[in-house]
Write a protein that binds this ligand. Structure first.
Ligand code: GDP
Length: 462
């Protein structure tokens, strides 16, 4: 007869296995992914010595013995540039790490002492942590998978709105003259695709977020490759069957083939080979940057996030679940660069983040995916101070701007709800970008990286 395994014995089995956790970091560009991952690796490497990780029990209790880099298993994925990032931060004057542009990976092996020592528990346990960093822009391509070239072209009718027409003017001027049945001209396609990509980049700057294909904005290693040389055909009047019957060398068939290739060889492989295998995910959001940049950018961030979060919508009928059966079992959403505001504002930053993501958060909770919203600074670049203002003690921040000027500022109050028109008119929000602080320890200064780590990996280190 089978005996139920004792708790201790199952702990042993659990710890004896080569345990592995795949943790992914994403966010739109400038959200702070590179800084976050650089700091995360740095904190774990210096845990137990210089790193301040009081909110991570395994570190607070002195049980986290360290983290070692191992060779990563996926040879086709670039290695996350940790050493160059640290070298920039240690430069005089310190510089922010160069941002990553595509997917990258780094494998760490954590050594720790299990909390409960017993007959079967090993003295030392290991956890292999695979860290991934990828652009949030790639997630904006998920909706593209439900289309073929014909329906995708038709879904891009928004280009006909007046604002977009102006932004895409060069592309539209030629694209509208195209005859889908004509022979494709390679050179013309390349020029037009470049004009289309230029339109997308301009639209992004102007505050639009419904921008497909996502790789046109952040091509990574695909820059200049023919797979990125396509665009929608607007105003198709012939029925789909007639167009589908055109010869392979026709303009329509050429664009349709590239669209399919993009779907099959670019979008799908990312979800199938990477996304589907992530266990944990943190989505970074530069809420404060958007607040600083004004209402248009803020609104844009909000709609881009709504789209991006569809990749975490695990409802039974969601496109993602049907196509890839992802397994992310825990999610964190973090407002980055919290050192841009005084500590008394941090609660508001989280409330604002929750307001911004209210719909996706509701869906996630409904789908029973544990999710936590928090605010953090991966690499703290300011120090909180108090100043006397009109005889009252007021919080302030001390830092050095990117230009090298030492400043003491009060950047403003963060609204705890989505800002309305009067917020932008009356109060606004203003802070400079800060330079990282010179090193005074091996470990990087941070705000709540330990809370993020606890949520993302703490349960695996008990
Ligand atoms: P990515 O494009 O998502 O990889 O973003 P980065 O990590 O390159 O961050 C973009 C910029 O945001 C950096 O160059 C810094 O100027 C700023 N930044 C990122 N993290 C922090 C932080 O924790 N504190 C401060 N003050 N600035 C940050």
């Amino acid at each position: 007869m089978r005996q139920p395994l004792s708790r201790e014995f199952s702990n042993l089995l659990e710890r004896g296995r080569d345990r592995q956790l795949r943790l992914a970091v994403t966010g739109l560009s400038q959200a702070g992914k590179t800084a976050f991952l650089t700091s995360l690796v740095n904190q774990l490497r210096h845990a137990g010595v210089e790193a301040q990780l009081d909110l991570l029990p395994v570190a607070r209790e002195g049980r986290l013995l360290g983290a070692q880099r191992l060779n990563q298993p996926d040879l086709g994925v670039p290695r996350f540039p940790y050493d160059p990032g640290m070298a920039s931060l240690r430069d005089t004057p310190p510089r922010w790490p160069e941002p990553t542009r595509g997917i990258s990976e780094l494998r760490l092996q954590l050594r720790y002492r299990p909390a409960q020592q017993g007959w079967f528990t090993p003295d030392i346990a290991h956890l292999t942590l695979d860290l991934f960093d990828y652009p949030g822009e790639w997630l904006l391509d998920l909706p593209l998978l439900q289309h073929d070239f014909y329906s995708w072209s038709q879904s891009q009718a928004q280009h006909e709105g007046p604002h977009r027409r102006a932004l895409f003017s060069e592309w539209l001027a030629e694209a509208e003259q195209l005859d889908p049945t004509a022979e494709a001209d390679e050179a013309q396609l390349a020029t037009l695709a470049e004009a289309y990509a230029l339109g997308l980049r301009r639209a992004k700057q102007a505050g639009f977020s419904d921008l497909q294909p996502g790789r046109f904005l952040l091509p990574g290693e695909l820059d200049g490759a023919p797979v990125l040389q396509f665009f929608p055909l607007l105003g198709l009047s012939a029925p789909k069957e007639t167009l589908d019957a055109l010869p392979d060398t026709s303009l329509y068939a050429t664009l349709a083939a590239r669209f399919r290739y993009y779907q099959q060889q670019v979008v799908r492989p990312f979800y199938r080979d990477h996304f589907r295998r992530f266990d944990r995910q943190i989505v970074l959001v530069d809420v404060l940057g958007a607040l600083n940049a004004g209402p248009e950018r803020f609104e844009d961030l909000s709609s881009a996030l709504r789209q991006l979060m569809h990749s975490f919508d695990y409802g039974k009928r969601s496109l993602l679940t049907r196509l890839f059966a992802p397994k992310i079992d825990r999610l964190a959403i973090a407002a980055t660069k919290a050192d841009h505001v005084t500590p008394d504002q941090h609660t508001h930053v989280v409330q604002l983040l929750e307001a911004l993501l209210a719909e996706p958060l509701k869906d996630l909770r409904f789908a029973d995916i544990p999710v936590k919203a928090l605010s953090l600074a991966a690499i703290r670049a300011t120090e909180a101070r108090e100043v006397l203002h009109d005889g009252k003690r007021t919080p302030a921040l001390k830092g050095t701007t990117l230009e090298g000027e030492d400043v003491l500022v009060y950047p403003g109050d963060v609204p705890s709800r989505l800002p309305k028109a009067d917020f932008w008119q009356q109060q606004g929000f203003d802070f400079p970008s800060f330079r990282p602080m010179p090193a005074d320890s091996e470990a990087l200064p941070h705000i709540r990286m330990d809370a993020a780590l606890d949520w993302l990996i703490g349960d695996k280190l008990t």
